[in-house]
Design a protein around this ligand. Structure first.
Ligand SMILES: *[C@@H]1O[C@H](CO)[C@@H](O)[C@H](O)[C@H]1NC(C)=O
Ligand SMILES: *[C@@H]1O[C@H](CO)[C@@H](O)[C@H](O)[C@H]1NC(C)=O
Length: 388
């Protein structure tokens, strides 16, 4: 929920107390004058952040609207409802269907409405968006090209048109989304040198394919990946558009593309990697720990590798794969991931106010929402404690 003015103020109080208790570096805002007398009441009020994430949508506006309505992102008239704080889409909205233009226009409308309402939309480029920018149109139906008018009009739209400009400006390859605002805004880089605090990994990673343990440009996260993604996209959009494949030969990346830009688009790169979906637990669960530590997140959330029955949660929800083949091109199940984070101050009577200790209860409830049911994937509670 977007906090009411009252909860917002109270939420800010507990936030500022956290700054004091966690001894953030001197660049952090100065701590507020929180009550320091033993026995003084701990500020009341709870912080809540509600995030909805949706996977591959492949050209199907009807099913896109259905999943956004059933997860509370859209209201009945198809506008931003104000009932979620963040809506995340993990890429692959294009290809295999005809509704490209209307779907990206809806995302742009929601982005603006969300900002006006104090929310945010986070959009990602999947391998299919990048394929289209390359000129690899193998999965583009002729009927979809007709919605643009012509091949040339489609090329123009994907490069210098409103859609291509929206990709450059408002789409990234990956996102790091903090669960709590004390960790900064979305996509602020994780700083592994900052003094450790109990909330430092209270963030989520979103990407289309996956952050492979062997990918060489993981950090600083997420800017290293997003900088490469933008430079590659610009090269693709700024070149004279090659005649699309098929029937023409595969154009590939521009000659000037760097080694790192190639790697971004290779099988182990973030838009194509499938290992978190396909490798056995014996590999995945130990390997994910290193990626979580380097990126400063608790969970990796991604699309790309569909399971047509359900979302897939692995290694206690450290990996969540949300592509369920929503588009009618696949006929999988309609789904949306709902993440509710709460930080609740504990009552002074339970928590040793006399010894200057403060405590909060942190809870993450992560649910897979389907048309006919909801599954709880994660319900995890932690206690955060400190003294001042
Ligand atoms: C949906 O949201 C829009 C924009 O905030 C608003 O104008 C409209 O009345 C809402 N519709 C419903 C049914 O609540
Ligand atoms: C990016 O999103 C913002 C917020 O909705 C919007 O004002 C801006 O026009 C978008 N930029 C492009 C190039 O689409």
């Amino acid at each position: 929920m977007v906090p009411s003015p009252r909860t917002f103020i109270l939420g800010s109080l507990s936030l500022l107390s956290l700054y004091a208790l966690l001894h953030l570096p001197s660049s952090a805002p100065a701590p507020s004058p929180i009550p320091k007398e033993p026995g003084e009441p701990i500020p009341d009020g709870q912080f809540t952040r509600h995030i909805v994430a949706v996977g591959d949508l492949h050209g199907d506006l009807v099913n896109m609207k259905k999943v956004l309505k059933m997860s509370g992102v859209l209201n009945e008239t198809g506008d931003w409802s104000g009932n979620v704080d963040f809506f995340v889409q993990t890429g692959d909205m294009i290809d295999r269907g005809d509704d490209t233009l209307e779907m990206f226009a809806l995302m742009d409308k929601l982005r603006g409405q969300a900002l006006d309402a104090g929310g945010r939309v986070l959009s990602h480029l999947g391998n299919h968006e990048v394929m289209n920018a390359i000129g690899d149109w193998r999965y583009v139906p002729q009927s979809e090209i007709a919605t643009f008018g012509s091949v040339a009009a489609r090329q123009q739209m994907l490069s210098s048109g409103w859609l291509g400009r929206s990709w450059r400006t408002n789409y990234t390859i990956t996102s790091r989304l903090p669960l709590h605002p004390s960790l900064g805004p979305p996509n602020a880089d994780y700083d592994p040198q900052a003094s450790p605090n109990p909330l430092s990994h209270a963030a989520l990673s979103f990407v289309h394919g996956g952050l492979s343990p062997t990918y060489s440009n993981l950090t600083p996260y997420p800017s290293a990946i997003n900088t490469l993604g933008l430079s590659l996209l610009r090269r693709l959009q700024d070149r004279v558009q090659p005649p699309p494949h098929p029937p023409n030969p595969y154009p590939g990346l521009p000659r000037e593309a760097t080694r790192a830009e190639h790697e971004l688009y290779e099988a182990d790169g973030p838009v194509w990697y499938r290992g978190w979906a396909t490798e056995p637990d014996s590999f995945v669960c130990p390997a994910v720990e290193g990626v979580l530590a380097k990126t400063g997140v608790r969970r990796l959330i991604m699309g790309h590798t569909p399971n047509f029955e359900n979302m897939v949660s692995r290694c206690d929800g450290k990996i969540i794969i949300i592509d369920t083949g929503i588009s009618k091109a696949y006929g999988g199940v309609l789904s949306a991931l709902s993440i509710t984070y709460t930080l609740t101050p504990q009552t002074p009577s339970r928590f040793l106010a006399a010894s200057n200790t403060r405590a909060w209860t942190e809870r993450e409830v992560i649910k897979a929402i389907y048309e006919d049911k909801t599954d709880v994937l994660v319900d995890s509670t932690r206690e955060i404690r400190g003294s001042w």
